[in-house]
Design a protein around this ligand. Sequence first.
Ligand code: ASP
Ligand code: MG
Length: 421
Amino acid sequence: MIRKIYKFGGASVKEADAVRNLKQIVENHKNEDILLVVSAMGKMTNAIEKVLADFRAHDGQLGWEAMTPIMEFHEKIITDLFEPEKVDAVIEKITLLLIELYDKLQDTHKAYDYQYDQTVSYGELISTTIIAAYLNESGIPTRWLDARKYVITDDTFRSANPDWNETRLRIQKLDTEHIRGLVCLTQGFIGSTNGGKHATTLGREGSDFTAAIFANCLDAEEVTIWKDVDGLLNADPKRFKETVKIPHISYSEAIELAFYGASIIHPKTIKPLQNKNIRLNVQSFVHPDMEPSVIDKENGMTIPSHIVKDNQTLVSISPRDFSFMNEHNLKTVFEVCDELRIHANMMQTSALTLSICFDHDDAKREALMESLNKSFSIKYNESLQLYTIRHYEEGLEKAFIAGRKIYLEQRSRATAQFVIG
Ligand code: ASP
Ligand code: MG
């Protein structure tokens, strides 16, 4: 029975040394019945997106040289990784996948979302093919699994939803065939529509979600996400000088943090784990001996966390007849927001005005203004930041906000939020 799921993202397999490091981690745990869920290498998902855009701009009429960036990146890793006499065999395998990819890139008459999934999924297929070959070569018996045969989804291409019943059946069947001591390895991010005919993807950064899907269906003990940071931090080290590691938080706290924009784990990851009470570890692949941050049902810590969301638009909506922003007016506005799928990251009402802060989207903002124009006047500001502090303590916002304009602020018992320019 598979007990543990290890998820390795693009950064953890971005070059040959990184793959060697992955091997070392797997070597140390190879007898623990693990399933590895691995992403495309480095920035390969972005690279394939770009090649796809090129093909679409040229009606699919591009020569094989358009594949060069993808081919060379992987070939370099392969030549760095394998003994010279093994290199050709691995490159041959990858070339077969690249030929399939090249074929699918030419189908530019198909809908974009559909073609996206048929092509971008090759990042993961190539990555796992290389890594499975390397693990087997290094004396770690590894079974490569095609995630498209296990993660069965609907046909919402680029943001597919799992068919849980079908997916569970297939994954449980896999588990009954599991051979002790064999490491299983599959792709994150990808699945297929029923029948396995068409590849689907679960949305960018969706490999965490894949790990959670397998864990839920297997009733696994734990999921470990191996990252280039020491665990869950209370702020993004790129923005804040002094960060601390959060040793332990609850599922609901992790969901809150993801909601405010913390890019720690894909937001869909937590629920499937919470439902089965499966522990989630966030662990450093750079310092694998360091204790992970743990997310589970216990309450854990309440260290203040700082979360910044860029590119926010703030609209202020007031009734033209100077009536109050009452329930009737709110209902009118919310109905339009719902229709336009405008998701409020923060909002506030005063006597005459409703303010809503949401992710920048010109088309949505214009549509909102047009729909409400008759009865409401609307002002807006763009390029703002939404700054949230969970477990707020007096004064904590000062350093980040110093000298900047605050457009809106709000405090509840546990959370303070600021929209700043
Ligand atoms: N490779 C995909 C992406 O970059 C999925 C993932 O990394 O989680 O979005
Ligand atoms: Mg990635």
